[in-house]
Design a protein. Structure first.
Length: 437
């Protein structure tokens, strides 16, 4: 990976869109009433994702009309009311391609004895209409609270945990211990995890609608179809829909045989979930999204197979089998998991190269430091797994009592690996839900 980094220029880490300039600028004192607020960003702005409001010194909040493009798609223009006077604070907000909310406030002062207006002609998207001709809304906005970062992080973490359990159960049924679904606890875990995936996906869809439309999280239930106004919103809805249909299939197959649960339609729903998950993360929003989205899907699926499979092995396979059978199952798990690890590492390198073009940014930027922590934890987890496998499979026991003791050691070693993997998932949830400059 170090050699791969060496081939790239000393460029900064890819980041979300950010404000470059504002006219009026922050802290400006104007002697004439401006008719438009021009914002220039570092990247192109999806026009339907942009909104703004103006806050007067009295606290009255007024929504600004939908923006138009300026001289390029990096510049957007908001029409301002014609009677501005005094201290003003403009708040703009964008929803990125991955669903992240990007917002900032710009404060300026209009100091005029008599309010006059200056006509500014908008871009071609307005059909030649003057900005001052735009009718301003009269409603006063309430200051809707944005869902806190800890809540977003918690939802993502719970979603990852549920995904690991679902993916681990499918992987185990297919490649390690066929018939694991026959255990009642395993079926209950699959049902509960699928329900968690559905609930988390619904909550994230509602939060996205609140972020992009200011409906309020609860009220967004009545505006679900408006998620399709943006790519990120449609992917949130697809994620919720695929999780809900998957849950319905699991409920219907409660008393069916395990092949029903790994049938092509069920597996296709899982792929839909993974694709929509990648679309609402840095796989979509940063450099090379055509490569990033499939890499994100493979990376998540491989992690679920390896770490989720290990969790299922400890929770359900070991208790169901005799000690000697557990070791045979562990060998099968190791033989299959190594391919998942290779895929996880390879796609992890791709994703790292997409976000950081130079090793220096791993140490100098906030995103880089968190990503470096994740890389260290993954490397540590791989080393722990390698040590455990070599220690546990050498000089196999020759009697049941010795096998039982070795199985107890296997369980403890696996739990250590799982705990380390849990830390990786928590760091990943933070990386995905946080917006880094």
């Amino acid at each position: 990976m170090a050699l791969s980094f060496a081939g790239f220029g000393a460029q900064p880490a890819s980041a979300h869109n950010a404000l470059a300039t504002s006219i009026p600028a922050a802290g400006a004192v104007l002697t004439e009433v401006p008719t438009s607020w021009a914002l220039t960003f570092t990247k192109d702005v999806p026009l339907d994702s942009a909104s703004a409001e103006l806050v007067a010194a009295s606290g009255v909040r007024t929504a600004l009309p939908a923006p138009t493009y300026g001289v390029s798609k990096k510049e957007i223009l908001f029409a301002l009311p014609p009677d501005l006077n005094g201290a003003m604070t403009g708040r703009w907000r964008l929803v990125g391609a991955d669903g992240h909310v990007i917002t900032e406030r710009v404060s300026f002062t209009v100091s005029v004895a008599g309010v006059t207006t200056t006509t500014v002609v908008a871009g071609p998207e307005t059909g030649g209409a003057e900005v001052s001709d735009v009718v301003m809304p009269t409603e006063v906005l309430t200051d809707n609270a944005v869902t806190s970062e800890p809540v977003r992080w918690g939802l993502r973490a719970f979603g990852y945990a549920a995904l690991l359990l679902v993916g681990g159960l499918l992987f185990t049924e297919l490649f390690v211990a066929q018939g694991v679904f026959s255990a009642s606890r395993a079926r209950e875990t699959l049902l509960a995890s699928s329900a968690m995936l559905t609930a988390v996906s619904l909550a994230q869809t509602l939060i996205f609608l609140d972020d992009s439309r200011d409906f309020g999280v609860a009220s967004s239930v009545f505006h679900m179809l408006e998620a399709f106004d943006t790519t990120a919103g449609s992917m949130y809805f697809v994620r919720f829909l695929s999780a809900a249909v998957l849950l319905a299939g699991i409920v219907r197959a409660k008393h069916a045989t395990s092949p029903v649960l790994i049938a092509p339609p069920m597996m296709a729903l899982g792929v839909m979930y993974l694709v929509s998950l990648a679309y609402t993360s840095h796989s979509r929003s940063m450099a090379w999204p055509v490569l990033g989205v499939p890499a994100g899907v493979i990376h998540t699926a491989a992690t679920a197979a390896w770490l989720g499979g290990l969790m299922i092995f400890v929770l359900f396979v070991i208790p169901l089998l005799q000690p000697a059978e557990s070791f045979d199952a562990f060998r099968r798990f190791g033989d299959m998991a190594k391919y998942a690890v290779i895929a996880m590492v390879a796609t992890g390198v791709i994703q790292t190269l997409r976000l950081h073009g130079n090793l220096l940014t791993l140490f100098t930027q906030n995103h880089g430091r968190w990503l470096l922590l994740k890389l260290v934890l993954v490397a540590l987890m791989l080393k722990i797994g390698d040590i455990n496998r070599r220690r546990l499979l050498r000089k196999m026991p020759d009697n049941d009592e010795a096998f039982a003791g070795r199985v107890a050691l296997l369980r403890r070693a696996s739990i250590t690996e799982i705990v380390n993997g849990g830390l990786v998932m928590l760091v990943t949830a933070f990386l995905v839900t946080s917006s880094f400059d």
